[in-house]
Design a protein around this ligand. Structure first.
Ligand SMILES: [Zn+2]
Length: 183
C-alpha cells in the first residue's frame, strides 16, 4: 500500500492525497499516473489498474481540489462554491464502475472517468446528506485532513488514532515529561 485511507469515506481519503495541504510544503501523493492507478486499486474501487495517463491525472486532481473546496466550505460554514458543485455534478453523471459476475465471483473494472464518477457520487451523498454534519478536520496541525466523525458522542479529534492521534499524544507526553524533569 502506498496510500492511506483513514477518513471513513473514499472522497475524503482522495482529498487527503494532497497531504498536509494547509502547510507551506504539502506532499503530493498523486504525482504520477501510476500513483492514481494504485489509489483506485488500494481503495477497492477497481480490481485492476484503470491505466491512468497524464490527462487522467490532471482531471483527477482537478476533481480532488473541487471536492476539497466543497468540504472546506462546509467546515467553515460558508456557501459551497458553484463551480465546484458543477464539476462534481458533471463527474457524478458519468458511467458507473463496470461490475461483472463470473463463475467464481465478481470483478470491478473501468476507466479513470468511471472511478472519478464513483467518487463524485459519494461526494454528493456526503455533502448533500446527514453525513455533512459529521465532517471534521484533524486536530493535528501538520495534518488538517478532513474526515467523518462516526464515533459515539462525536468526539473524535483525529483523522486516525493510529497515526495522528498517537503522534499528538506522544508529543504531549514528551512535553509533560520534559517540563516535570526540569522542575
Ligand atoms: Zn490527521
Amino acid at each position: 500500500m502506498i496510500h492511506a485511507f483513514p477518513c471513513g469515506t473514499l472522497p475524503l481519503d482522495f482529498v487527503g492525497t494532497l497531504r498536509a495541504r494547509r502547510n507551506a510544503a504539502p506532499i503530493e501523493k498523486l504525482a504520477v499516473p501510476a500513483q492514481l492507478d494504485a489509489w483506485f486499486v488500494e481503495a477497492g474501487i477497481f480490481d485492476a489498474a484503470p491505466g491512468a495517463d497524464a490527462t487522467d491525472l490532471a482531471v483527477a486532481t482537478e476533481l480532488r481540489e473541487s471536492i476539497y473546496s466543497l468540504v472546506a466550505a462546509r467546515l467553515d460554514g460558508r456557501p459551497m462554491p458553484e463551480r465546484a458543485i458543477a464539476e462534481v455534478n458533471r463527474h457524478a453523471a458519468g458511467l458507473p464502475v463496470t461490475l461483472r459476475l463470473h463463475a467464481d465471483g465478481t470483478t470491478r473494472t473501468g476507466t479513470v472517468a468511471q472511478g472519478l464518477a464513483a467518487l463524485a457520487r459519494e461526494t454528493v451523498e456526503i455533502l448533500g446528506g446527514d453525513d455533512a454534519a459529521l465532517l471534521r478536520e484533524c486536530a493535528r496541525p501538520e495534518c488538517t485532513q478532513a474526515y467523518l466523525d462516526r464515533s459515539r458522542g462525536h468526539r473524535r479529534e483525529w483523522c486516525a488514532m493510529k497515526t495522528c492521534g498517537n503522534r499528538v499524544k506522544a508529543a504531549s507526553y514528551r512535553a509533560r515529561h520534559h517540563s516535570s524533569a526540569e522542575a
